[in-house]
Design a binder for this molecule. Structure first.
Ligand SMILES: CC(C)(COP(=O)(O)OP(=O)(O)OC[C@H]1O[C@@H](n2cnc3c(N)ncnc32)[C@H](O)[C@@H]1OP(=O)(O)O)[C@@H](O)C(=O)NCCC(=O)NCCS
Length: 175
């Protein structure tokens, strides 16, 4: 398994992983109609815009036979939180490849990138019903910081923030 910075030509694969992971992860949490209506093309457009940002943090996890099976995107915290100036925007791994250390390897690269940019504290938002992801962030030392309500497909849902005050141990955890 290789973790490497994402490139423009990876965008169709990233969009495929994103949409397929949403459908497997959020079935039963997010409305079926919303999940069924997700568009590969719109996700490609969104990722293309995001990847073009100068301080975007973008990594893919690639396997020799399967190609890109996971990605992570992150960067500066988006609401102006001065205590946690870095953010993990999204991390998605295709279902059959979960629980094999890929997520941890991606997070390690994210933490290392933030630290290189002199950002040493960061957070991530996760749906409160996404218990496996919460277990993952807690396993990596994330501490629950707060909560908010967001709307997905017209339905109000609770999100929790997990944060790391010091990314140093995360950076060193693997690799
Ligand atoms: C959450 C996710 C990114 C984790 O990546 P991963 O490669 O599966 O995780 P890792 O193999 O690195 O797991 C590291 C540790 O986290 C914990 N963990 C990971 N997945 C877990 C799960 N489903 N249940 C409980 N603990 C879990 C475990 O302690 C695990 O160590 P172990 O396997 O030795 O017990 C991945 O499962 C995923 O893409 N899930 C669906 C999408 C998603 O929810 N994204 C987050 C949105 S905020």
């Amino acid at each position: 398994m290789t973790v490497r910075p994402a490139r423009e030509e990876d965008i169709p694969s990233i969009a495929r992983v994103h949409v397929q992971s949403w459908r497997t992860t959020y079935r039963g949490i997010v409305a079926d109609a919303f999940l069924d209506g997700l568009s590969y093309q719109k996700h490609e457009e969104g990722h293309r815009r995001q990847l073009a940002q100068p301080d975007a943090i973008y990594f893919v996890a690639e396997l020799p036979r399967d190609g890109i099976v996971g990605f992570l995107m992150g960067g500066r915290e988006r609401s102006g939180n001065v205590q946690f100036p870095g953010e993990l925007y999204a991390i998605y791994i295709l279902d059959p490849h979960r629980r094999q250390g890929i997520g941890s390897a991606l997070v390690q690269q994210w933490a290392a990138s933030l630290r290189r940019a002199a950002v040493n504290a960061a957070l991530v938002w996760v749906l409160a019903d996404n218990k496996p992801a919460i277990a993952f962030y807690q396993r990596l030392g994330g501490r629950q910081l707060g909560e908010r309500m967001i709307e997905i497909g017209g339905v109000s849902m609770r999100e929790l923030a997990f944060g790391w005050e010091d990314l140093t141990p995360l950076d060193r955890k693997v690799g």
